[in-house]
Design a protein around this ligand. Structure first.
Ligand code: PLP
Length: 480
């Protein structure tokens, strides 16, 4: 026995390192806080994109213990200084996340207290926070209060949960799969097709719909495709609409699609990961009419509410459809199953243990109220308008008036193909990096894409972007 006690004491002396002293904790947090402050204060001066992808050697593990200052230095040089800077307001390329400070504080609290929010039994308060947030979202989108929901890591997993519920409600399995039809726009986010593959619906028939000039689903085409598929003995079961496509920010005709879905008994899913929270702006509400008809809805607070990456949400009206694949139990769960009144997040998600991610939204909403969030969204809408107007004055062509804050533009070159010219232009923009743009292809035209959704994107950012575009144009014109 003695040797066991001796060994326990030896191990304790080593493992104790995982519990820093009060003084060390204060010291750590001060260093990290000081790093964070310098990082934020310097954002305005640093580029939104660095093409540097080299030298990640110092990230190797177990090359000797390092002090926190050394680690912060590595973090800064090898991580925070490379690639796209999502925290920068100059990130207007891919739909940006935000990273508001108050979410960071909430994550810190959630990590230290480490609430276990998979089951109500283990953290009634933590699960209630999640429920309060989901109930708020149901209210925003006029979903019934008895809909179920889940806070996920992001839009992709949220969409996966919704697709699974649709599959189970309609019992799309075995020989039914290859006769079942899903109606999609080519503009749907690729996580939808990915979800279908993951949940065993790879062999389902995907009927892609015609789009109008605004890249929105054409209702007449939807109706006739459904009718034709029925005539041919197929089983239409799911239609996915987007409330804000990733590529161009288009909102599909949500109400008309909802009507067609009901008439044909289809599961109606709306992916509002990017655009959903714009419904909070009074004068944009009308664009979302019909969203309340959806059977399931996805929205991403880490996009539209400026949170750091790691928070999506799904709402589903038919709880049975969700529980079918997600509510399972095991003997070791018997104590946790005693509570029957509250919904366990684990019953609505593939996850069991999960990060207490609700706090990163709940705390900021308590601290700031909702007004600054709505103001920030409206600011992005107006900045998009301003940006497009200014682009035209310096010779660019712009895509159609966007519904929200994603748009595209291109330079009409006279002496070489427009696609080639704009490809070189984008290269030049990436080399510069002050502001980060992405690109896409719309009807075979290579275009530069802007997505304004960072809470740090301000008027000064757009003016910088315009200067940068002028610089890049001059450079290319000199080369040609
Ligand atoms: C971003 C996005 C997704 C994917 O969400 P993640 O949070 O990146 O997983 C899905 N749909 C739309 C419309 C999006 O904009």
């Amino acid at each position: 026995m003695n040797h066991i006690l001796k060994r326990i004491n030896e191990l304790h002396a080593i493992s104790e390192a995982l519990e820093p002293s009060n003084l060390e904790r204060v010291n750590y947090i001060e260093q990290v806080s000081s790093y964070a402050n310098n990082f934020i204060d310097g954002l305005e001066q640093t580029k939104a994109y660095s093409a540097d992808q080299e030298n990640l050697k110092s990230l190797k593990l177990f090359t000797g213990k390092k002090s926190l200052p050394e680690i912060l230095k590595i973090y800064n040089n090898e991580i925070a200084s490379k690639g796209i800077k999502p925290a920068s307001g100059g990130h207007i390329g891919y739909i940006p996340g935000g990273g508001i400070y108050s979410s960071g504080i909430a994550d810190f609290l959630a990590d230290i207290t480490n609430e276990y929010v998979g089951m109500h039994f283990s953290s009634p308060g933590g699960v209630a926070v999640e429920q309060v947030l989901l109930d708020w979202m149901k209210d925003i989108f006029s979903f019934p209060i008895n809909a179920v929901g889940n806070l996920t890591s992001g839009g992709s997993i949220a969409n996966l949960i919704a697709m699974t519920a649709a599959r189970d409600k309609y019992q799309i399995k075995n020989e039914v799969i290859s006769k079942s039809v899903v109606y999609l726009s080519h503009q749907v986010h690729h996580c939808i097709q990915k979800a279908l593959k993951i949940i065993g619906l790879e062999d389902v028939i995907i009927n892609y719909l015609e789009l109008d000039d605004y890249s929105k689903i054409n209702i007449r085409d939807l109706k006739s495709k459904i009718a034709l598929d029925k005539e041919n003995g197929l089983v239409p079961f799911l239609i996915v609409a987007s409330a804000g496509t990733t590529d161009t920010g288009a909102i599909d005709p949500l109400n008309a699609i909802g009507v067609v879905a009901k008439e044909n008994n289809l599961w109606y899913h709306v992916d509002a990961a990017y655009g959903g929270f714009f419904i909070l702006i009074d004068h944009l509400k009308h664009k979302f009419i019909g969203i309340e008809m959806a059977d399931s809805l996805v929205v991403d607070p880490h996009k539209g509410l400026f949170l750091p990456y790691g928070l999506g949400a799904v709402l589903v009206k038919d709880e049975k459809a969700v529980f079918h694949s997600h509510m399972l139990s095991a003997n070791y769960m018997q104590d946790a199953r005693t509570q029957v009144t509250a919904i366990n997040p684990a019953d609505v998600s593939p996850e069991l243990s999960k990060h207490f991610r609700g706090l990163r939204l709940w705390l900021p909403l308590q601290l700031h109220g909702i007004e600054p969030f709505i103001a920030c969204l409206e600011e992005k809408i107006l900045l998009t308008k301003y940006f497009r107007e200014q682009l035209v004055t310096i010779g660019f062509r712009v895509g159609p008036e966007p519904d929200l804050s994603v748009s595209y533009f291109w330079y009409p070159s006279s002496n070489q193909s427009s696609n080639k010219f704009n490809q070189s232009l984008l290269k030049e923009l990436h080399k510069d990096g002050e502001i980060f743009f992405s690109s896409t292809v719309i009807k075979e035209k290579f275009v530069i894409r802007m997505a304004l959704l960072s809470f740090r994107t301000k008027l000064i950012t757009i003016d910088k972007a315009l200067e940068m575009l002028k610089r890049a144009l001059e450079k290319i014109n000199l080369k040609n």
